[in-house]
Each structure stands twice: as structure tokens, then as C-alpha cells.
Design a protein around this ligand. Structure first.
Ligand SMILES: *Cc1c(COP(=O)(O)O)cnc(C)c1O
Ligand code: SF4
Length: 362
């Protein structure tokens, strides 16, 4: 098991700025937590200029030093498999083409993803925004933020703004408050959503002061990104509890990842653990055809099978919608419960495979 529980935690451990300052950034830093395998050591060296290797001490404490296949470790420690992905693309969702103004991605008429930051507390090896997160040249300039806000102001169809990145909660409270106040001053922006992995990777960021500030700008929703039940720690639970007590509905978006959560039992533990924390599983994404991630991808039929197996066997609201994100929007992937028509009836299938005929209303 992870060594975190047994070692004495350093002074400052629960201070999120201490965690940010003391992040693991190279093989030597990692050696304080585990001995990298030969594969990990050569991947850290080979991938150094391709994609950031950064882990918070908190998240490192969840890794199992004895298990190179540890699902936490797999998410953040480089593997040489990343160098072998002939199908992987840099921008599989063609987000660059869907950008009316820098940092805004618009796929739907009424809502946008607004990439307000290119920094995260740590970097996930399968990050969809690899092309921009952590890139020095990308950093959001104040002028560019202003231009994107102006675009939202002039585009009255936009009623839902999703702040994403990178991670918006890496901002200071003051900077985030400035941004929320700007958005709240636009009458057609009805809801603001925050996409943040910090409740998982740096739960100490979710302070009472942050929650009090956010609560001034309601309706605010937040989606986070737990992928494995071992991430559901007491600290993460406390972070989610603070958010929900501030009136912020907390949802979860996971990614279906080979060797991390691609089994019915792990997915069930994850989803049931989330609802115990009052976090609603929202989406589970099919992993994209993204560069360097072939070793994480799971065939879509397998994903459909996992979520089919959960239906009827756990609380309905514990089951996220399994989706494929595409340049045309998110597409639900589901077992075909509706078999079609037979005369005046429709034929449907129950969770356990029994067939039901229902008279189809005219
Ligand atoms: C996911 C996403 C949204 C939000 O979609 P919902 O289905 O409403 O959660 C909006 N814009 C973009 C570009 C997205 O990728
Ligand atoms: S936290 Fe999200 S945006 Fe940041 S590296 Fe991970 S997947 Fe990418």
C-alpha cells in the first residue's frame, strides 16, 4: 500500500502553496517516494521535453512504491509506451478549429469551454490538452482573457460557461474572483461551471476562503476528475464536502483508462465511493486517439459492457454516462436497450437481459 500513511508528514503538508512549491519534477525527486523502474526512468528522460512530468507530494503519497502497475502511479509517471502510438493525434477533437477567439472552444450553440489557464497541480499522462497545458509559450495573458470575455459579452447565445484549462483553481482566489465577477456581470451568462482536478490531486486547495468566495457568484457548478477508488481519501472527501456545503453541486468526469479503472469492480467501487461523498458521477470519457496514450485505450465495446454491467446493480445516479467526445460534441455510448418496433409495440431489454414489449403510444 501507499507509504503516505506511515511516514510523518512534513510541516506545511496541508498548505496548498507548500504542495505547489514542493512538487516532484524529476527522477531524483521521485526517488524520495519510490524507486522508478527501468522503464519509468528511461521514459522520464526521453519525454522530458515532450510533456511535463510534475506530481504533487500529496498525490505521490497515494502511489504504491511496491507496484509498478499501481493505478495512481500509472496516471502520472511516464512510461516508454508513450513513445509508441502511431495513431495518436495532437488535437483529436480539432479544438483549435472550434475556437472563435483564443482560449474559447465552442462546439455547442449555448455553451463553451473557456481555457483560462494552462497550468495544473500535476500533469496526467493522458491529458487531452497536452498540446497546451504546461507550455511556457501558452500562458494566458491578461489581455487575451479580456478578449475572450469580450467575445462572451457580444455572444448572447452563451448561457453556460465552463472554466477549464489546465486548472482554473490553480489561480489565486483574487484572480479567480476577478474572472467570476467579470462573467457574472454579463446578463446572459446563467451558469458558470468549473472543471478542476484539484479536489483529487491537491485537495488542500479547497479552503473555506475559496468556497466562501465561490458562493458569492452562484449558480456555480463544479466537475472534478476522480479515476480510481484509491483517490477517494479523507482529504479529498473533505474538499468535496466543503464545496457541496457552499452550495456547489459537485460532479465527476472520469476517463476510462486501461489498467486504471477498466473493470466492473473498480468502476463500481469508484462510482459508489463518489456518491458516498455526495459527488455525482457525470461522464466517463472514452480515451481519445491522443498522442502517446495507446497503452491507456480500451475498446469501446468493453466500455459499453462495463456500464451495462453496472445498470441495475447499483444506484442509478451512481452510473455516469459513458461518452465519446468528438468534434461534433459528446456522443453517448450505451448498450442498445431499445430494440425497435414490432407492429404497435416497442421491444426493450431490461438490465438483466429480459425482453419487454410496451405498447407504443400514438
Ligand atoms: C464538454 C463540453 C461542454 C459541456 O458539455 P455538457 O454536455 O453540457 O457537459 C461544452 N463545450 C465543450 C467544447 C465541451 O467539450
Ligand atoms: S488535471 Fe486535467 S487538464 Fe490538467 S493535466 Fe490532468 S487531465 Fe490535463
Amino acid at each position: 500500500m501507499a507509504s503516505g500513511a506511515s511516514r510523518a508528514l512534513p510541516e506545511g503538508w496541508r498548505d496548498w502553496t507548500w504542495q505547489m512549491r514542493n512538487r516532484i519534477r524529476n527522477a531524483d525527486d521521485l526517488a524520495a517516494w519510490l524507486s522508478p523502474t527501468a522503464d519509468e526512468a528511461s521514459a522520464i528522460a526521453a519525454l522530458a521535453d515532450r510533456f511535463h512530468f510534475v506530481i504533487t507530494p500529496y498525490y505521490a503519497s497515494l502511489m504504491d512504491p511496491a507496484d509498478p502497475l499501481c493505478p495512481i502511479r500509472r496516471q502520472v509517471v511516464p512510461a516508454t509506451a508513450e513513445l509508441d502510438d502511431p495513431d495518436g493525434l495532437r488535437d483529436p477533437l480539432d479544438e483549435v478549429a472550434h475556437s472563435p477567439v483564443k482560449n474559447v472552444i465552442r462546439v455547442y450553440p449555448d455553451r463553451i469551454a473557456f481555457c483560462v489557464n494552462n497550468e495544473c497541480a500535476l500533469y496526467c499522462r493522458y491529458c487531452l490538452r497536452k498540446r497546451m497545458v504546461g507550455e511556457k509559450g501558452w500562458a494566458m495573458k491578461q489581455r487575451e482573457l479580456g478578449e475572450a470575455i469580450d467575445w462572451i459579452r457580444r455572444t448572447p447565445e452563451i448561457r453556460d460557461v465552463l472554466l477549464t484549462g489546465g486548472d482554473p483553481l490553480v489561480y489565486s482566489d483574487d484572480r479567480l474572483e476577478w474572472l467570476l465577477a467579470e462573467l457574472r456581470a454579463i446578463p446572459h451568462v446563467e451558469i458558470v461551471r468549473i472543471g478542476s482536478r484539484l479536489p483529487v490531486t491537491l485537495p488542500f486547495r479547497v479552503t473555506d476562503a475559496l468556497c466562501e468566495m465561490l458562493a458569492k457568484y452562484h449558480p456555480i457548478w463544479l466537475n472534478t476528475h476522480f479515476n480510481h477508488p484509491r483517490e477517494l481519501t479523507a482529504d479529498a472527501e473533505e474538499a468535496c464536502d466543503r464545496l457541496t456545503r457552499a452550495g456547489i453541486p459537485v460532479g465527476n468526469q472520469s476517463v476510462l483508462l486501461r489498467g486504471v479503472n477498466d473493470s466492473v469492480s473498480v468502476m463500481k467501487q469508484l462510482c459508489e465511493g463518489l456518491v458516498r461523498m455526495r459527488v455525482r458521477p457525470y461522464y466517463c470519457y472514452q480515451a481519445q486517439l491522443l498522442e502517446g496514450t495507446a497503452h491507456f485505450r480500451v475498446p469501446i465495446e468493453r466500455g459499453v459492457e462495463i456500464f451495462h454491467a453496472l445498470r441495475g446493480r447499483t444506484s442509478g445516479f451512481a452510473i455516469p454516462q459513458y461518452v465519446l467526445d468528438t468534434p461534433y460534441g459528446k456522443i453517448p455510448l450505451a448498450h442498445p436497450y431499445l430494440h425497435g418496433r414490432d407492429g404497435d409495440d416497442v421491444i426493450v431489454e431490461s438490465y438483466d437481459g429480459r425482453i419487454w414489449r410496451e405498447r407504443n403510444p400514438k
